[in-house]
Structures are given as structure tokens and as C-alpha cells.
Design a protein around this ligand. Structure first.
Ligand code: GTP
Length: 598
């Protein structure tokens, strides 16, 4: 029957190893997309994904493959992101599959997230098909890459296929492999409906669209369904598959991957990881669902226009549907007014959320510098979790401060081990172990404060190893550190949104850096603005922004009206992303100055 001809699989890889390109070839070779409609990385349909050339969201698509045995097979392909910030998207898509194509770039070999993704696939009991990509490049080393896969991952590579996702060489063989090596789904069609929600998004017309994998039973238009976690019941308006455009179907059955709409307007009813069942004949046990993600970093998001606070709340609620790892809570700042403290999985995630809010919901936002969560033990025997540096209690009340550490594993060629260890040491890292992967490659494991990782660790790692190192990390534990809060005063006023926490040893240096940077970023005004960095009442750095003398437009001697208008216009637009704090106008960039290092 039909189920035997379904194959559900994901493509996983380290970032840039070619997942999306392979997905493109598969769509093309199965005529899912005609040559005319084809554009690169077609599944990366978010404008942000296309601009940055990265996958942010998982994406599911159904296609038909006419195999050598003469049968038609239904493939459900789920493309996943490669960046460490989005690994929760990967684990969600894997839960909907029976197999995973593990793409390894043969010019790079096995990297940190290659390994991390293999573990995720193994956790989900998936069949793993190794694929050696980019063999068209002169620097490709397929044999060496196979050896690495065997030695470092422990997977057999006799059956691995050499491909070029770019030219299409070898991809036909991959399609046949999927038929033979990815198990068909099992699941009782007659049992009560049991389906996993692995993604969701909000559509203004159809309400919430649920991406589901059916594990047991069937679902069709008109059925009454129940979302097991919230208990909410709805009548199904439409079921279908993405091919890649949504295509309505009569029924989805055990083994299928597709979508459900049910005029769900109340966003709170739906939760990624929840189980959908039949209201009339509910299943007794829900599916395992997902581990709730704990945010790694927090930042304040504030509308530049204070009247937009409620719009921002609504936007965050809708975005959260499509981004289960995002958390938010209202907060207020003296400097910025009312906004939200949001939790993210990393800086790229934070960046993406801000951009999606601005583009998809037409908001102008100020983001404060990200911070980790500190655990502060107080003299009164209580412990306070501090996500916002401005809320750090007074020094006199603090017994000790603990900060999150990550266990970082860094894969690197032998020659760079010294450079990596030096960097880790400088970033307050504590050495754990070093594991030889082969004669020439090492996996170095360190415990490093998360705050240092988000500060500039990745950039420094890349530059000190000429790009040869790859990094993967997970939060480990909390450790005590000698940390201090640095306040920034502009024109004598403390700006709460600019406060940050750092290690005492780096305090003076970072205080000076920030003051110097703010001096460059904050535009001159018609009065002098002193900038100070302080620990408590002690000033540790000081500089001054001089007052300007003349109107900017006065400098345009030509009197070219066009240029003048353009300049004024540019100033006006630039203003939108500014926030007046007291008498001083602070541009968005200033709030991020804490992060930028040169
Ligand atoms: P993320 O989605 O961001 O995780 O990356 P990805 O793994 O999907 O990589 P993507 O498919 O975007 O490919 C990364 C880059 O490698 C792109 O510039 C591709 O054109 C290129 N690329 C992918 N496969 C091949 C290949 O077989 N040969 C060559 N020469 N280039 C390739």
C-alpha cells in the first residue's frame, strides 16, 4: 500500500556544506520545480535567508520520485539550518523523519556541527546516509573525507555517494539510495489520530498553519481535532502538502508530512511539539514532543516609537509561533521606555528576530546589547537570576555572582592547537581534554564563559586559525566569577540600557573601549557631552564629545539643492533609529557598541 512508498528524510550538515543546494537538485530532478521556476536555494524562501545565503527555518516539501524499480515514491524532504543557533530547528525536523542525508563538504571534511547533527540523528533513531559533496572542486578530497567520517564519526562509508550538489553529478544515485536505505514509515491507519506539530506559522487569512507529521490514523477536512497540550478543539478547514506551494489534499494518513489549517486564531492554543489527535476518539498517550529550549542570551527590544508597544507585543506573539525558541517578557527602562526582555539561542538568532520583526511587522526597534543570565547570591541568603545588567543588585548586597559556562568543542588541524588554546585561555577558558581525531586533527574541549563566546570568540577563533577551526558548544554549568557591572553616564546621567557586566580584570580596558566607541558613534550636538564609564561611584574611564559649531548643511558650498535634500532626508531616516535620552540623541549602534571589537 501507499505507506510503503513514503520516505521521510532530512538533510543535515555543517553550515555551508551544501544542504540547500542538494535540496535544489533533488527538487529539480524529481520535476517538483520546473527549470523555469528554479532559483537557487529555493527552500530558503524567507527574504532574509536569500540575502544572507543561510537557512534559518526548517522547510518541508513533498515530491514524487519515479524510481528504477518502476514505482513512484513519495518523498518528504525537510531542509534544516546548519548554524549552531538554529539546531533546535534541526532536532524538530528530525523527529518527523525516518532518515537523514548527512552532507559533508569534501573540501572541508568533518566539522563540529557535522558531528553534533549526527548525534541528533542518532537520538532520533534515524538511518544516516553519508554524502560526500563538492567533488567538482579541485581541492576536494573525497577519500580523506570518507576516512574522517569513519574515524571521527564511526559511520561506514562503503555506500557513501560522491556528489556535486552544484552540477548534479551523483544526485541520481542519492535518490535511489533514499528509496533503499531510508525505512518506510510504519503506523496504524485505523488507530486514533496521532500527529506531531513540528512547526507552525501565522497566516492572516487562514489563521495558524500547523506543519505536522502523522504517526497514526488519518486526518481530513471536517474532522474535529484536539490539541493535546492545550485541550483546544477545532474543525479542520484544510489538509495538504507543500510541493513546495501549499496543495490541498483529501486526507493525510499515518506516515505523511503536511499541514493542517483549522481557523485557529488563538495563538496560545498551539505549541510546537504538541500532539494533534481526534476530538471524538482521542489517543491515550501524546507523542514525546520536544525539549523546551532555554535561551542562552537576553536583550531588550524597544520600539523607537513608544506608542508601538502593543504592536510589538502582538508581533512577538505571532513570531513566537514560527520560532518556538523565542521568549519575551515586558520590561521597562528609564532610557528607552517600555519594551520586552527577549531570550534568544545566540546572536545570529537575535539578529534574525530583530530583522524579522522589522520586516514582517513593520516596526522600528532599538535592541540593547545581549547579556547572559547571571545567578547572584545575596547576603540575605536568596539567589536572584539577572538577565538585564541594569537589574544587578547593589554591590553591598552581593555575596557572589555565578555565570553560565559552555562546554566548547573545537575541531582544528594540529598546527593551530597552540593558537586555539591561547585564545581559550585569554577568554577565561578552563581546559578539559584534547582528543586526537587523526594524525593531523584534534578536538579541543574547553569550558568557557558563555559571555565570552557571545562577545567575540567566534571571530577571534576564525582569525587565529585562518578559518580552519569549527566550533560547537552547549551550556554546561554555572561557575563563580569575579564580575562587575559597568555603568555608562552620558552628560552625567546613567543610561540603564548601556550598562553591562564584565570580568573585573577586563573592566578598565572595556570601559575605555566603550567610551571611545560611543564618542565615535554618538553624533555631535550643540553642547559638550561627557561620556563616563563607572563601577558604582568610581569613574574608570572618561571622554568628551565636543559640541559642533555649524549646521551640517552649511558645509555644502555648491548649494546643489538635490544633494542638500538627499542629505536632509538621510538625516531624517537615520533619526528613526535614534532614541533621545535626556538631551542626548543615541543611535541604535551605540547600544551594540559593547559587542563590537576592532
Ligand atoms: P546553510 O543553509 O546556511 O546551513 O548552508 P547549506 O549547507 O544549505 O549550504 P548551501 O547549499 O547554501 O551551499 C553553500 C555554498 O556552497 C553555496 O555557495 C553553494 O553554491 C556551494 N555549493 C554547494 N554544493 C556545491 C558543490 O557541489 N560544488 C560547489 N563547487 N559548490 C557547492
Amino acid at each position: 500500500e501507499r505507506q510503503k512508498r513514503i520516505r521521510n528524510f532530512s538533510i543535515v550538515a555543517h553550515i555551508d556544506h551544501g544542504k540547500s543546494t542538494l535540496a535544489d537538485r533533488i527538487l529539480e530532478m524529481t520535476d517538483t520545480i520546473s527549470k523555469r521556476e528554479m532559483k537557487n536555494q529555493i527552500l530558503d524562501d524567507m527574504p532574509l535567508e536569500r540575502e544572507r545565503g543561510i537557512t534559518i527555518k526548517l522547510n518541508a516539501v513533498a515530491l514524487t520520485y519515479h524510481a528504477k524499480d518502476g514505482q513512484d515514491y513519495i518523498f518528504h524532504l525537510i531542509d534544516t539550518p546548519g548554524h549552531v543557533d538554529f539546531s533546535y530547528e534541526v532536532s524538530r525536523s528530525l523527529a518527523a523523519c525516518e532518515g537523514a542525508l548527512l552532507v559533508v563538504d569534501s573540501t572541508q571534511g568533518v566539522e563540529a556541527q557535522t558531528l553534533a547533527n549526527v548525534y541528533l540523528a542518532l537520538d532520533n533513531d534515524l538511518a544516516i546516509l553519508p554524502i560526500i559533496n563538492k567533488v567538482d572542486l579541485p581541492s576536494a578530497d573525497p577519500a580523506g573525507t570518507r576516512q574522517q567520517i569513519e574515524d571521527e564519526i564511526g559511520l561506514e562509508t562503503d555506500e557513501a555517494v560522491d556528489i556535486s550538489a552544484k552540477t548534479g553529478v551523483g544526485v541520481a544515485e542519492v535518490l535511489e539510495k533514499i528509496v533503499h536505505d531510508v525505512p518506510a514509515p510504519t503506523g496504524d491507519l485505523a488507530a486514533p489520530l496521532k500527529a506531531l506539530i513540528f512547526d507552525s506559522k501565522y497566516d492572516d487569512y487562514r489563521g495558524v498553519v500547523l506543519s505536522i507529521r502523522v504517526f497514526e490514523g488519518t486526518v481530513k477536512k471536517g474532522d474535529r481535532i484536539k490539541l493535546m497540550n492545550s485541550g483546544a478543539e477545532y474543525e479542520v478547514a484544510e489538509v495538504g502538502i507543500n510541493s513546495p506551494k501549499p496543495l490541498a489534499r483529501d486526507v493525510l494518513m499515518a506516515g505523511d508530512v503536511g499541514y493542517i489549517t483549522a481557523a485557529i486564531k488563538d495563538i496560545k492554543d498551539t505549541q510546537v511539539g504538541d500532539t494533534v489527535t481526534s476530538a471524538a476518539q482521542p489517543t491515550s498517550d501524546a507523542l514525546a514532543g520536544y525539549r523546551q529550549m532555554t535561551p542562552m542570551v537576553y536583550a531588550g527590544l524597544y520600539p523607537t516609537d513608544n506608542a508601538k508597544f502593543n504592536d510589538l507585543r502582538e508581533a512577538l506573539e505571532k513570531l513566537q509561533l514560527n520560532d518556538a525558541a523565542l521568549t519575551f517578557e515586558p520590561e521597562s527602562s528609564q532610557a528607552l521606555g517600555f519594551g520586552f526582555r527577549c531570550g534568544f539561542l545566540g546572536l545570529l538568532h537575535m539578529d534574525v528576530v530583530q530583522e524579522r520583526l522589522e520586516r514582517e511587522f513593520d516596526l522600528d526597534l532599538i535592541t540593547t546589547a545581549p547579556s547572559v543570565t547571571y545567578h547572584v547570591d545575596l547576603h540575605d541568603q536568596t539567589t536572584k537570576a539577572v538577565e538585564n545588567p541594569a537589574e544587578m543588585p547593589d554591590v553591598s548586597a552581593i555575596k557572589d555572582i555565578k555565570e553560565p559556562y559552555v562546554k566548547a568543542s573545537i575541531m582544528v588541524p594540529n598546527d593551530y592547537v597552540g593558537a586555539v588554546m591561547e585564545l581559550c585561555q585569554r577568554k577565561r577558558g578552563q581546559f578539559d581534554t584534547m582528543e586526537y581525531l587523526s594524525d593531523t586533527r584534534v578536538n579541543v574541549i574547553y569550558h568557557i564563559p558563555l559571555a565570552e563566546i557571545i562577545y567575540d570568540f567566534f571571530d577571534k577563533l576564525k582569525s587565529s586559525t585562518h578559518g580552519y577551526a569549527s566550533l560547537d558548544y552547549e551550556v554546561d554549568d554555572y561557575r563563580e566569577s569575579d564580575l562587575v557591572k559597568i555603568d555608562i553616564l552620558l552628560n552625567g546621567d546613567r543610561v540603564d540600557a548601556l550598562s553591562f557586566i564584565t570580568h573585573r580584570d577586563f573592566a578598565a580596558e572595556r570601559g575605555r573601549e566603550i567610551a571611545a566607541k560611543l564618542k565615535k558613534i554618538i553624533p555631535r550636538q550643540n553642547f559638550e557631552i561627557p561620556i563616563q564609564a563607572a563601577i558604582g561611584s568610581k569613574i574608570i574611564a572618561r571622554t568628551t564629545i565636543k559640541a559642533y559649531r555649524k549646521d551640517v548643511t552649511a558645509r555644502i558650498h555648491t548649494g546643489d539643492p538635490d544633494r542638500r535634500a538627499k542629505l536632509l532626508d538621510k538625516q531624517k531616516r537615520g533619526k528613526k533609529r535614534m532614541k533621545a535620552v535626556g538631551k542626548v540623541e543615541i543611535p541604535q549602534r551605540a547600544f551594540m557598541a559593547v559587542l563590537q571589537t576592532d
